[in-house]
Design a protein around this ligand. Structure first.
Ligand code: C5P
Ligand code: MG
Length: 163
């Protein structure tokens, strides 16, 4: 009798937040030195939000708003790391784990290049992947969206060993 293995899956997610003076800018769980940050109900970490939505999308599990509604005062100031942890738990319950992450952050300033290693390291740790499986692309909007920080993320998932 042949045992069926689960298929490889992909997920995709996006997020955007408006930038405001004097607010904190968080990306991939890393605080970035900046005079402007995300206007958000949570910490406004577009990278963790897009990635969390990507993971949920792979299983048609809705999006992070289905679990953490932004009108619910309980989730005010919520650390996005907590959202990602809950989503990763759902992924494991489905018998899967992330195999590769690729994300594009669109932001005119500040420059993110100098923070790439730190963001990549932290994101790899949060999702449990080696750094070479966490690809980060930084783009300006070429002035089309100077008041926003945006992220698009794709994730490849594989069955947990034995699934
Ligand atoms: O958007 P554009 O193609 O002009 O970006 C040029 C370079 O600037 C890219 O190689 C990217 O790594 C870097 N960049 C950055 N921080 C940003 C936006 C772009 O380091 N916020
Ligand atoms: Mg360009």
């Amino acid at each position: 009798m042949s045992e069926k293995t689960l298929p490889l899956l992909i997920g995709y997610g996006e997020d955007a937040h408006r930038l405001g003076e004097g607010l904190e800018l968080w990306l991939g769980g890393v605080r970035i030195e900046s005079d402007r940050g995300a206007v958000a109900h949570s910490d406004g970490d577009v990278l963790l939000h897009a990635l969390s939505d990507a993971l949920l999308s792979a299983f048609a599990l809705g999006d992070i708003g289905s679990y953490f509604p932004d009108h619910d005062p309980r989730w005010r100031g919520l650390e996005s790391r907590v959202i990602l942890e809950l989503v990763l738990k759902k992924v494991r319950e489905k018998g899967y784990r992330p195999a590769q992450v690729a994300a594009v952050v669109v932001l005119d300033r500040p420059r993110l290049g100098p923070h790439r290693a730190q963001i990549q390291q932290n994101l790899a740790r949060l999702v449990g992947l080696p750094e070479e499986r966490v690809g980060l692309t930084f783009k300006t909007s070429e002035g089309l969206a100077p008041e926003h920080v945006q992220c698009r993320a794709v994730v490849h998932l594989e069955p947990l060993p034995g699934h």
